[in-house]
Design a protein around this ligand. Structure first.
Ligand SMILES: Cc1cc2nc3c(=O)[nH]c(=O)nc-3n(C[C@H](O)[C@H](O)[C@H](O)COP(=O)(O)O)c2cc1C
Length: 324
């Protein structure tokens, strides 16, 4: 394994903080913002190995690869997350991503609960199939010299996180992110923080706990109760990327409405620089998170979800700041 950055970050003796993968959200602009606020590791949105497999002979302007572009100067450690079910597709996709994208690591998705992903035997469905899951991990390990990590759930079907990890405990997987909720729980309910202690004897790599971290208090509780090496933040960091900094510094910070509206604009303008104004359509989802809890949120939200040009956003925010 080339450069096990996971271990190096852990050895720095502070919690390893990662922006967890989120389809539709963890694009290059948002990942850069998270890095600025202290994320040690950022994950891409999940990318289909099957899409890469079937387009392997024509990678120019490939949509999946374009989704995975990143900026070496603006992201400390960048991990590409792959999903699928076929080990051969994983092998080919891993080689393509390692060569064309050159991330710091490759991650495998064993937790996605979305119907069309499950139907293909991927995501959380793959976690249920221990034999196939192992074959997938082996295929990825054999196809790259980058550190390989996995993301699993507390349980999928009858397969528990512990059983899953026991079945691959001999493989050199560098890191594990556990979403502490079962497939049945989906995205709600309390994560199981007791998992890390049970799994630790069977897993040599870095373990990150994920699920339900929304502020400094829940972050500290998750670290303390689980004994994990770090955390994967997901919805808690949407529109609150300073959560990384708060956890690093151990103190909460109040952000004023003016600071939030500046960040909202900075996010949009950096996305436009990277991808053009068309990308503001993707940004609107982030905008809805930013305005939560602000005075006059519902009016502001209804304006922001129609923004197509940066100049419109400037006008909306100027008039909002003047009136609130
Ligand atoms: C909109 C959305 C998109 C997500 N996309 C992915 C993904 O691409 N890959 C993945 O492994 N998990 C994905 N997740 C799951 C998150 O990484 C995380 O495990 C989950 O949201 C629980 O953490 P939280 O309670 O802190 O949000 C997604 C979650 C949401 C809400």
């Amino acid at each position: 394994m080339k450069d096990n950055f996971w271990l190096k970050i852990k050895q720095a003796n502070k919690p390893v903080l990662a922006m967890a993968p989120m389809a539709g959200f963890t694009d290059i602009a948002f990942r850069q913002i998270c890095t600025d606020y202290g994320a040690d590791v950022t994950y891409s949105e999940m990318a289909s190995v099957t899409a890469l497999f079937y387009n392997q002979d024509n990678l120019k302007d490939n949509e999946t690869l374009n989704l995975l572009r990143w900026n070496k100067k603006r992201e400390h450690k960048f991990v590409v997350q792959l999903f699928g079910s076929n080990p051969e597709h994983f092998a080919v996709a891993t080689k393509i991503v390692s060569k064309e994208i050159k991330p710091h690591g490759i991650d495998i998705n064993f937790g996605c609960p979305v119907g069309k992903v499950l139907k293909q035997g991927s995501g959380a469905e793959l976690m249920k199939n221990l034999k196939q899951a192992r074959a997938v991990i082996e295929a990825v390990l054999a196809s790259t010299s980058l550190p390989v990590s996995i993301k699993i759930r507390a349980q999928s079907g009858d397969v528990t996180a512990l059983e899953f990890i026991k079945s691959i405990s001999d493989l050199p997987v560098a890191a594990l992110m556990i979403h502490g909720r079962t497939l049945k729980q989906g995205f709600v309910g309390a994560p199981d923080f007791s998992l890390v202690e049970k799994i630790r004897p069977y897993f040599n790599g870095v373990i990150l706990m994920n699920g339900g971290v929304v502020d400094l208090e829940t972050a500290q509780a998750a670290l303390h109760l689980s004994g994990a090496d770090g955390l994967g933040l997901a919805r808690g960091a949407l529109a609150r990327p300073w959560l990384f900094q708060e956890i690093k510094e151990g103190k909460s910070t109040e952000y004023s409405q003016a600071q939030i509206s500046r960040l909202l604009y900075q996010h949009a303008s950096s996305l436009v620089k990277l991808k053009g104004e068309g990308a503001l359509v993707e940004w609107r989802k982030h905008a809805c998170w930013y305005v939560q809890g602000l005075p006059g949120a519902s009016k502001l939200r209804s304006q922001l979800v129609q923004v197509s040009h940066l100049s419109e956003l400037e006008n909306i925010l100027q008039s909002y700041d003047l009136n609130n």
